[in-house]
Write a protein that binds this ligand. Structure first.
Ligand code: FES
Length: 66
């Protein structure tokens, strides 16, 4: 994998892990600040810091099929 390549990994029973140099934006185009090269995006819908994962998926029992 090259340094510039972006990967998105569906973490089992959890978030989408985004690795690489990618710009995250709100729906109106404002850039979302990120402090790490890898970010976890919520896919359970329960995070209080959407679009980022806050770990709530664990307590909620969120399950995925992959
Ligand atoms: S996937 Fe982690 S809080 Fe939603």
């Amino acid at each position: 994998m090259s340094e510039r390549e972006v990967t998105i990994t569906a973490y089992p029973d959890g978030p989408l892990l985004v690795r690489g140099d990618v710009r995250l934006e709100t729906s109106d185009g404002r850039e979302l600040p990120r402090s790490r090269r890898t970010v976890a995006l919520c896919r359970c819908g329960l995070s209080t810091i959407k679009p980022f994962c806050d770990g709530t998926h664990k307590a909620s029992g969120f399950r995925t099929e992959d």
